[in-house]
Ligand binder design. Structure first.
Ligand SMILES: Nc1ncnc2c1ncn2[C@@H]1O[C@H](COP(=O)(O)OP(=O)(O)O)[C@@H](O)[C@H]1O
Ligand SMILES: [Mg+2]
Length: 326
């Protein structure tokens, strides 16, 4: 590599060739005595030639490299865990805030109404008038019921966290149940100028289910359809049966949901943040309860929705085993 050095007498004695490994070693030290370069300090040059440098380095360092890669992965994993925990915490605190806001609202409204009704009841003119007395005490009773229902919802959610649902299954006629639940919504439906289109086509409509819980499931789905709708609500309820299951479909033409929302509605406390719909309040517990109950009945629930167009909830519940034939 350095022909100049060699010809000037630097190298002659200091070159060795290892012909087996095809390596040439050079040892440039000093000029030969008596040459014109004697006593002059030569440039010091060290040339090291290592064949297959990469392979040699890798061979010697491979544990270090494996270690480095391993610890880097550990650090990335730890970072990921930390950040995701942080984000989860943030979400939880947001959810908690929302819940407290909702709860405050839900309880304050009936309390304010009751307070007004009591003031009215103390009025001399009202005391003398029996119908007015009845009217205002009726309001108090209604608001009281409403608050009771809220407390129940929250307690039930807390209970389901701690223990399995206890079902006492009885044969239930789903068509009767749908009619009964709808009767309770006549007022709300009228308020929204709503119409219900019933297509109860199922040949068999007897399921083995818990009366209270299953009724709540249907009630929750209808309640949502009414709550998250605009004027001129159209709610279509369809039933259908196959050899094993009863399929109940609730179709509304309400505000609908985004894909993101559809993914999360069965989570506890989840509510869509569609702008500021202050008129529609709730705890976000209804559908998580529905899901728990449907699962406990070995059923399925599915949602399809288009934002601004409406939503469809499809419920699939195993039919009761035919007893009257046995
Ligand atoms: N039929 C529906 N149409 C549009 N959005 C719905 C419907 N049903 C449920 N949602 C969305 O799912 C969320 C969760 O519903 P739910 O668990 O019943 O709680 P809540 O009704 O108390 O808010 C609602 O806040 C709403 O954003
Ligand atoms: Mg609801």
């Amino acid at each position: 590599p350095m022909p100049g050095l060699k010809s000037r007498g630097f190298m002659s004695e200091f070159e060795k060739v290892d012909s087996i490994n095809k390596i040439t070693f050079y040892y440039p030290f000093q000029p030969a005595p008596g040459s014109d370069l004697e006593n002059l300090v030569p440039e010091e040059t060290m040339i090291m030639i290592v064949p297959n440098m990469k392979a040699v380095a890798l061979k010697q360092m491979h544990w270090m490299i494996i270690g480095a890669v391993f610890f880097t992965l550990v650090i990335i994993a730890a970072f990921y865990v930390t950040v995701s925990a942080l984000l989860r915490q943030k979400k939880m605190s947001e959810i908690k805030n929302d819940f407290i806001n909702n709860m405050t609202h839900e309880f304050k409204t009936p309390l304010a109404t009751i307070s007004l009704a009591v003031d009215a009841l103390r009025n001399e003119k009202v005391i003398e008038d029996r119908t007015k007395m009845n009217y205002f005490s009726g309001i108090i009773k209604e608001e009281n019921k409403r608050m009771n229902k809220h407390v129940e919802t929250i307690l039930q959610a807390a209970l389901m966290d701690r223990q399995e649902v206890q079902l006492s299954k009885v044969p239930l006629d789903v068509h009767d149940l749908i009619h009964e639940v709808l009767d309770n919504y006549t007022l709300q439906l009228n308020e929204k100028n709503g119409k219900v289109d019933l297509n109860l086509n199922a040949q068999t409509h007897l399921v083995e289910a818990d009366q209270v819980h299953f009724r709540n499931v249907i009630s929750n789905l209808i309640d949502n359809a009414v709550k998250y709708s605009r004027e001129n609500l159209l709610l279509r309820i369809t039933t259908q049966s196959n050899s094993k299951n009863l399929i109940i479909r609730f179709e509304d033409n309400g505000i609908g949901m985004s894909k993101e929302t559809v993914r999360k509605i069965f989570e506890k406390f989840y509510r869509a943040h569609t702008g500021n719909i202050h008129n529609v309040k709730g705890f976000g517990l209804g559908l998580s309860y529905v899901k728990t109950i449907v699962d406990a009945h070995h059923g399925k629930i599915k949602v399809e929705s288009v934002q601004g167009r409406g939503s469809t909830f499809t419920l699939e519940i195993p039919l009761a085993k035919e007893r009257h034939h046995a």
